[in-house]
Design a protein around this ligand. Structure first.
Ligand code: FDP
Length: 340
């Protein structure tokens, strides 16, 4: 950390809020509560191997995937913390079929709703690789005082007020973006506080890493295949071949992409034209963060943040990361779209 004084996330958020005289402090409070949930989940993630908590929970989630115990714990933690805070009218979780409207008076009068993927990359828990929590915050569109409705959650990513993630990696970090920019806070375990460690994060315009599940390439279309060939070709001036890195945990792959630059792709393919990743819980929050950091996020046909969601668990293809690399990938994808 380069600054001489530790700045906690709460201090930082309050300072930022002061730039808006009309701000009520609710968004800062919500971010603090999400940080608190992150610390509780972190505590459990760190003990995963010890607490005999590894293994399948037995149930399957709405996507038909097996849930693991930690997913359930993380989901319950977020639901309860946001229910008991006074700034959240309701939530939608990747692990739940429908949104949840909090019915108490405080919640009904709150202006924000939160969407989250409680523990993304959970297939990595068994192998002790980085996983994370992703969140997205919208201002509700339904009237204050009423229960929140599905329309509050089915908003374009462009309407996001804030989005972020908590990565449970070699250290634990919370990164969040508002329209003012992106900042990263590392958990200082000695005092249990997230402290500003990565101010004003910018995604480099160009990188040297492409990140994709290349094992699926037999299902990719020609545009995708020719882009992969381009990544692997030798061109000294342009710094190719690029390195291939794929953890298979979106938070971890995106954290690297944000810091080092590069491109992360989860394309549509012959068996899943819309890809795998969820618009509301993964692609929109990551798209918002990367755009706020100067990068680009597209589905291949439009900016991710411009997609009008029609259902809570909708999936979209995604190309995200350094602006120049996403632009280049689009040249290949669009050429193929034009000829097919
Ligand atoms: P996981 O299934 O482990 O939860 O959307 C979930 C996700 O992980 C992302 O975090 C990750 O980027 C992607 O799936 C990995 O999918 P593949 O195994 O198909 O590459």
């Amino acid at each position: 950390m380069s600054q001489s004084k530790l700045i906690t996330m709460d201090e930082f958020t309050i300072q930022e809020t002061r730039k808006f005289p009309q701000a009520t402090g609710e968004l800062s409070a919500l971010l603090r509560d999400l940080g608190l949930a992150g610390k509780i989940i972190n505590n459990q993630v760190r003990r995963a191997g010890l607490a005999d908590i590894l293994g399948q929970h037995g149930a399957t989630n709405v996507q038909g995937e097996e849930q693991m115990k930690l997913d359930v714990f993380a989901n319950d933690t977020l639901i309860n913390i946001l229910k008991n805070c006074t700034e959240c009218a309701g939530i939608a979780s990747e692990e739940n079929d429908d949104h949840l409207s909090y019915e108490d008076t405080y919640s009904r009068n709150s202006k924000y709703v939160v969407l989250f993927d409680p523990l993304d990359g959970s297939s990595n828990i068994d192998v002790n690789a980085s996983i994370g929590t992703i969140f997205a915050i919208y201002r509700r569109v339904s009237p204050l005082g009423e229960p929140c409705t599905q329309e509050d959650f089915l908003q374009k990513g462009r309407n996001l007020m804030a989005a972020g993630y908590i990565i449970y990696g070699s250290s634990t970090m919370m990164v969040y973006a508002t329209k003012l920019g992106v900042n990263g806070f590392t958990l200082e375990p000695a005092i249990g506080e997230f402290c500003l460690s990565h101010p004003n994060m910018k995604c480099p315009e160009k990188g040297k890493i492409y990140s994709i599940n290349q094992g699926n390439s037999v299902k990719y279309d020609e545009g995708m295949m020719s882009y992969l060939t381009y990544c692997m070709e030798s061109n000294k001036e342009e710094g190719r071949p690029y390195s291939q890195r794929y953890i298979g945990s979106m938070v971890a792959d995106m954290h690297r992409t944000l810091i080092k630059g590069g491109i992360f792709i989860y394309p549509g393919d012959k068996s899943a034209p819309k890809g795998k990743l969820r618009l509301l819980y993964e692609c929109n929050p990551m798209g918002f963060i990367i755009e706020a950091a100067g990068g680009r996020a597209t589905t291949g046909s439009q900016d991710v943040l411009d997609v009008q969601p029609t259902e809570l668990h909708q999936r979209v293809p995604i190309f995200i990361g350094s602006k120049n690399m996403v632009d280049k990938a689009m040249e290949f994808v669009k050429t193929h779209q034009a000829v097919s």
